[in-house]
Design a protein around this ligand. Structure first.
Ligand SMILES: [Zn+2]
Length: 366
């Protein structure tokens, strides 16, 4: 008998707890295979290790939906005589929020070795004091020989797993960036698979190495050559003490983020707004704090001859720390919006910009 698919809540928790530093993402891929294989026509990987689940992949109109399966990390660069570990970044961990936290070293055997990370300076701390080169890790080893039995130079370091449900539907965990986006896209794929839309190919990708410059997204978009590509990622919330108030307001609990900036195709944006209004789905429309976001969406838009592209953003507090916080209502509204938007697609749809002035600029919103 085929293994029953994991239920979605268990899947979310396991995904949040797994370790997937950019470049060593096997744990996330194994979970995605286990969860999505029963719903997919085909589940496979590529040479970078991205996770692919596809439905109706021969359809000429294909939609790519992604979250990035990797998480911010560091790598050991040196082990000293006393057994302390020194590191450099692989991505951009928020070290100022990580000092004193539990971490884990993932060694080449895939074992998780607990460690605590500390700051080498204890006085006169400045922003410069919280960089990879100013931190050290302590795994409790008595000396270098003892440390080297467990870890080696090149091993990845991630935040220790943690997941708690909090008040008002909020959750806290390391690496909601972007396990939560992966979950949103995977759950959309699962719902679409129950009644696959006719004539539309659906490609889910857990993209690898986003934190190192959207490397997996680039090769996936090239290989799949979709008509539409929608990336799901977390984005900085502005609703906590010390948040950057010069950024557009973006808050937990008010719905999924939809963006109006240069790397969101206008006609696709209009379609999503029309779907959200028609289906009464909560959303937050924002210009994004950057003219083009540093997410997989930016890469999709300029792959091959370009493709219709959008970013969905889940508001996230305390980015790249061990205490990332989000609201499950925003995730659910994102799943509904993505599912309903894809259900609205017809194989003849085009999202090209107009060649002449249009009489009715919101014709799709009726
Ligand atoms: Zn991200």
């Amino acid at each position: 008998m085929r293994n029953l698919p994991m239920n979605s809540e268990d899947f979310l928790e396991e995904l949040l707890l797994c370790a997937s530093p950019s470049g060593q993402e096997d744990e996330a891929r194994f979970l995605l295979k286990r969860h999505l294989s029963p719903f997919a026509e085909r589940f496979y990987t590529d040479i970078l290790g991205s996770s692919y689940a596809v439905l109706n992949e021969k359809a000429p109109f294909r939609v790519l939906i992604t979250g990035h399966q990797d998480e911010v990390a560091a790598q050991i660069v040196r082990i000293d005589e006393q057994g302390f570990l020194y590191c450099r970044n692989s991505g951009f961990p928020a070290w100022q929020r990580l000092a004193g936290c539990m971490m884990e070293v993932i060694n080449r055997r895939g074992e998780h070795i607990p460690a605590v990370v500390l700051n080498r300076e204890t006085e006169h701390l400045s922003d410069q004091s919280f960089q990879a080169g100013k931190m050290y890790l302590d795994i409790g080893a008595a000396d270098r020989a003892s440390a080297e039995k467990l870890v080696s130079v090149g091993d990845y370091i991630v935040s220790a797993p943690n997941f708690r449900r909090l008040a008002d539907g909020r959750i806290v965990s390391k690496a909601l960036d972007d396990k939560l986006g992966v979950y949103l896209a995977a759950e959309t794929f699962r719902r679409l698979a129950e009644h696959p839309p006719r004539g539309i190919g659906i490609c889910f990708v857990g993209a690898s190495q986003e934190e190192l410059g959207s490397r997996g997204a680039r090769s996936a978009a090239y290989a799949l050559n979709p008509a539409v590509a929608i990336a799901v990622d977390v984005s900085h919330a502005t609703d906590f003490p010390g948040a950057d108030r010069t950024r557009p307001e973006f808050v937990l609990g008010k719905g999924i983020g939809i963006y109006r900036n240069a790397n969101n195709t206008p006609a696709l944006l209009e379609r999503m707004l029309a779907v959200a209004e028609r289906k009464k789905i909560d959303f937050q429309l924002t210009p994004h704090y950057a003219a083009v976001s540093s997410t997989d969406a930016s890469v999709f838009q300029i792959t091959r001859g370009g493709m219709a592209c959008a970013l969905l953003g889940i508001p996230n507090r305390y980015m790249h720390s061990q205490a990332e916080m989000a609201d499950l209502h925003d995730v659910e509204s994102g799943i509904e919006l993505l599912t309903e938007t894809i259900r609205s697609f017809r194989p003849s749809d085009s999202f090209l910009p107009p060649l002449e002035k249009q009489k009715n600029t919101r014709s799709l919103s009726k």
